[in-house]
Ligand binder design. Structure first.
Ligand code: MG
Length: 159
C-alpha cells in the first residue's frame, strides 16, 4: 500500500451581504465570506490538502478566479472535481482532518452537517472526516473578525 499526506491552508475576508458557507453547509450569520466562488474556506483548504498529497498543483491552478465558470461556484463541486483528479491517478481518500479558525458564530452545532456533506464526496465514512473549530482568542485579523482561515490535512492511498 502506498500512502501520501497533504496539507492545505486558506484564508478569506468576511463582509456583510455575503453568505456564510463552511464545510459545504450554509450557516446563518450577520456576515459572510468574500470570494470568487462561494468562498467556502474549509473546503478550499481541504482541496489543497488532497491536491498536495497527490503532488498536483493547487486549487488556484485548477479553478482560477479569473474563470467565470467558477464565479459563485459551490465549493462542493470543486471538491468533487479534486477527488476525481486524484482518483484518475489511482488515489483514494483515507481520512482528512480540518481546523477552522474564526471568532463567531459557534461552529460546533454545524459540524455533524459538515461531515455529512463532505464524507460522501470523499467516498469515506463520516468518522474519516475530522472537523474542529477554534477561535483566535480575539488576536489578529481573525480576532477582529476581518477574516477566517482554515487548515486541513489529508491522507490518500493507492494499491
Ligand atoms: Mg479560497
Amino acid at each position: 500500500m502506498n500512502f501520501r499526506v497533504g496539507f492545505g491552508f486558506d484564508v478569506h475576508r468576511l463582509a456583510e451581504g455575503r453568505a456564510l458557507w463552511l464545510g459545504g453547509v450554509r450557516i446563518e450569520h450577520t456576515v459572510g465570506i468574500v470570494g470568487h466562488s462561494d468562498a467556502d474556506v474549509l473546503l478550499h483548504a481541504l482541496c489543497d490538502a488532497l491536491l498536495g498529497a497527490a503532488g498536483l498543483p493547487d486549487i488556484g491552478h485548477h479553478f482560477p478566479d479569473t474563470d467565470a465558470r467558477w464565479k459563485g461556484a459551490d465549493s462542493k463541486v470543486l471538491l468533487r472535481e479534486v477527488v476525481r483528479l486524484i482518483g484518475e491517478r489511482g488515489w483514494r481518500v483515507g481520512n482528512v482532518d480540518c481546523s477552522l479558525v474564526m471568532e463567531r458564530p459557534k461552529i460546533k452545532p454545524h459540524i455533524p452537517a459538515m461531515k455529512r456533506a463532505i464524507a460522501p464526496i470523499l467516498g469515506v465514512e463520516e468518522d474519516a472526516v475530522g472537523i474542529k473549530a477554534t477561535t483566535n482568542e480575539k488576536l489578529g485579523y481573525v480576532g477582529r473578525e476581518e477574516g477566517v482561515c482554515a487548515y486541513a490535512v489529508a491522507l490518500i492511498a493507492k494499491g
